[in-house]
Design a protein around this ligand. Structure first.
Ligand code: GDP
Ligand code: GDP
Length: 456
């Protein structure tokens, strides 16, 4: 009876929308001006031109969702990057490397009119090393006469060049068919892969110098295991398998931690790309915070990235060995003031240097993963919603009182809820519902996604 006003299709639509797992990732790489952004726009079917948008090295958002022939995937856009920060060659190599690390397949865009340049050749080497499937896009083939240009690109040794006009859409469909063949059917090591017994995937993130590589070395140390073929996992040279607390964990994208990049300009940007790439692959993020310094805007940005990526989150306060009474006092104030939005994250106070409490990371990670996977049965959820609606009704606005009619959990990893309501729910009320959900069902260490459908 509570479902009045919503038809079955609408409910299922809401569930379908929210109930997907991680998607395979496609990286679009190539040197500047070959048409990467134009192609990405074409793939994601967007009208407005990202080509015009060149905010440079501070741009965070690099992935988009796309769909072709009924299959969904993510596209990492490396177009629109600042070209001359590091000198073209260096920046092209770096951008391609970062994007390729996180990808399941790569579209390598070459300007067919210009032909293969030295920079293109350099990218080819990098692609060979990475070993990911590559679809070669011979771009700017705006008409049949350009197809001969495309054929020259066989010389790159990447197989068939696909003649495309990103600008006009010519040939992009055929190329996307090839892309689908290259992308794994199920997302790599699907969350189902976990059920197959694959190790849980952990990202160690934090701003430069918080102690990521120190902690990695501490936990990897002697205990580092080399496991070859675990069922349902693919080996990825940028990830490390580590034995901790009697279990095998996969620390993702450790190459990004171990690599000592000496960049001055643009370093923040690359650090944030690395963070995004690691989060993309992980199930849980361990966010390191350096307690010897004040919590910074950069720390907050990284925490926000982790939360918005929908991963489980553990906060590790590192360099605990440096704390004196006074700093400790201020630290607790900073945490209260700046980190209220992640109060739900388990916290461990560690020292990568001395090894203090490092073993506590495992139970914290397990708690966070458990919260991340929690499913509340619909009956229980609605009993709970009924109670809070009765005891704490939404305030009356303009003579109307919106009501939560019923709700359902649309998915896990992280838990996603869809609430059906008789009117617009204010942000404050949504926060109240989230708070009460957490009090009632736990959800320690996981962001919650709550969307509201309003019956018109
Ligand atoms: P990016 O730097 O690789 O992201 O390249 P952009 O997407 O910004 O494109 C660079 C320039 O090439 C822009 O002026 C585009 O309009 C142009 N361009 C991109 N694709 C094509 C194409 O298929 N044909 C033609 N003629 N021009 C293109
Ligand atoms: P990353 O940039 O996040 O990988 O940070 P590093 O692991 O390179 O650490 C940066 C600096 O902090 C190095 O000088 C480390 O020795 C130091 N450091 C890391 N962890 C700790 C710790 O727990 N205590 C102290 N006192 N110093 C640490």
């Amino acid at each position: 009876a509570a479902e009045e006003g919503f038809d079955q299709e609408e409910v299922e639509g809401a569930l379908g929308e929210a109930g997907h797992g991680p998607l395979p990732v496609l990286a679009v790489v190539g040197r500047p001006n070959v048409g990467k952004s134009t192609l990405v726009n074409r793939i994601i079917g967007r009208r407005e031109a990202v080509v015009e948008d060149r905010p440079g090295v501070t741009r965070d958002r690099v992935t988009y969702e796309a769909e072709w022939a009924g299959r969904r995937f993510k596209v990492v856009d490396t177009g629109g990057w600042e070209q001359d920060v590091l000198g073209i060659d260096a920046s092209v190599a770096a951008q391609a490397e970062f994007a390729v690390e996180a990808a399941d397949a790569v579209v390598f865009v070459v300007d067919a009119v210009v032909g293969a340049t030295d920079t293109d050749e350099a990218v080819v080497k990098l692609l060979r090393r990475a070993g990911k499937p590559v679809v070669l896009c011979a771009n700017k083939v705006d008409g049949p006469s350009g197809e001969a240009d495309a054929a020259y690109l066989w010389s790159l040794g990447l197989g068939e060049p696909h003649p495309v006009s990103a600008l006009h859409g010519r040939g992009t469909g055929d190329m996307l068919d090839e892309v689908l063949k290259a992308l794994p059917e199920a997302p790599r090591e699907t969350f189902g892969g976990v059920a197959l017994g694959g190790p849980r995937r952990v990202a160690l993130i934090g701003r430069p110098n918080v102690g990521k590589s120190s902690l990695l070395n501490k936990v990897a140390g002697e205990e580092r295991v080399v496991v070859n073929e675990l069922a349902g996992t693919t080996r990825d040279p940028v990830d490390e398998l580590i034995e901790l607390g009697g279990k095998t964990w996969k620390l993702v994208d450790t190459a990004g931690i171990r690599r000592r990049v000496h960049l001055t300009e643009g370093a923040d940007y690359y650090a944030s790309l690395r963070t995004a790439a690691a989060l993309e692959k992980a199930e849980v993020a361990v966010v390191l915070i350096d307690v010897s310094e004040s919590i910074s805007v950069q720390d907050l940005r990284i925490i926000t990235m982790a939360v918005e990526s929908g991963r489980a989150v553990v906060l590790a306060y590192n360099k605990w060995d440096t704390l004196d009474e006074e700093r400790r006092f201020y630290l607790e104030r900073e945490i209260e003031r700046d980190l209220v939005q992640v109060q739900w994250a388990p916290r461990v106070n560690v020292s990568a240097r001395t090894g203090r409490h490092v073993e506590k990371l495992v139970p914290a990670i397990e708690t966070a993963l458990a919260g991340w996977e929690t499913r509340v049965p619909t009956g229980k959820l609605n009993a709970f919603l009924g109670e809070i609606v009765a005891s704490h009704p939404h305030p009356v606005r303009g003579g109307k009182q919106p009501r939560v009619l019923f709700g359902t959990q649309a998915g896990t990893k992280p838990p996603r809820f869809v609430l059906f309501a008789s009117g617009f729910l204010e942000a404050g009320y949504r926060r109240f519902v989230e708070r009460r959900l957490r009090e009632e069902f736990g959800f320690e260490g996981t962001p919650l996604q709550i969307s509201v459908r309003v019956r018109e």
